[in-house]
Design a protein around this ligand. Sequence first.
Ligand SMILES: Cc1ncc(COP(=O)(O)O)c(C=O)c1O
Length: 377
Amino acid sequence: MGIPVCIPVIPKNAKKYVDAVIDKNWVSSLCLDEEVNYLKKLEIGFSGFVGVKYGTAVTSGTAALQLAYAVLKICPGDEVIMPSFTMVATASAAIHSGARPVFVDADKDTWCIDVDKIESLITKKTKAIVPVHMYGHPCDMERIMDIAKKYNLFVIEDAAEAIGTEYKGKKAGSIGDIGCFSFYANKTMTCGEGGMLVTNNENYAKRAAMLKDQAFGQPRFIHEDIGFNFRMNNLNAAYAYASFEEVSDYVAKRIHNAELYNKFLSGIEGIILPPVSKNGLVNSYWMYGIMIDRNKFGMAKQEVRDQLKSQFGVETRDFFYPMHKQPVMLKRGYAKENQQMPVSERLWEDGLYLPSSTNLKEEQIIYVADALKKLKK
Ligand SMILES: Cc1ncc(COP(=O)(O)O)c(C=O)c1O
């Protein structure tokens, strides 16, 4: 039985909606036919799901982040505090804005930014904190918002991995000034490539819509700002909307799969399970990650990954390589050679994620758990 790490679900209405867009010939980001204006339906639907007033669809989660930095006028000379343990886009989008990323270690229990370490890194140049809800587990948003308020900083939630994640009754992405989502193929809801910037602030929403569209002004072709082309097209939006219609089901299935993994993996010595939902925090388990304690399991992470693949056909992925260790961050002076962030480093050394498709079957989860049991020495 070969099990890939993630296969996207093709939504029931995907073909119907994409066909309708083609039939009516509204394929770009401009659509004057309300019936097939899937961009509008998606923006209204998804922002409603997150519980915010405004959403603007873009071409990727990375574009949403870049747009967020631009909306908040983050620019050269500014510093942006973010976790070292994240996907590179959190940092690269900040760097493209001209700002300097300032990396913080992860919390050992949640794998998200260690909030205790934020305040000491704040300087006169700090403009924003960018919490990343890692693998679907929410950051400690209350404390992050308190720090942001105290020092007058923006909060941009990188919610790329957190569709359906909840923090004390609020959805991830709805708590900071701006939330950024990804609809990449392995994300809980997808259209292949895509994303959305969400906010409750009308001015930010207007600025995001303007900047993603080349900062066209009135009259057209007169520009008062430098924009981007981050427009999602209506074909992608049609697919995304079909996926959005099923999003609650997808979230529930990923959570259910994680609960099954928790059940079948618990008790295997040397396997550290992912952070669970508790105290009003809902982990949406975008990916089901585990850590391998090599001494107790009798094998290091890399060997576990290799054996799972070669002996059992089970695909896995490494956790992210921390930003403070990345050659490019060292070369550019955003990190120092001897800088140590033990939790992020351990996550990289010992962390992997297991097959996490929405439609994974219980027998596949049992198969993966049994494979791990057989590998344990
Ligand atoms: C934490 C995080 N931020 C940003 C992104 C970028 O999203 P996209 O791949 O849609 O550009 C990802 C993508 O996986 C991510 O995991």
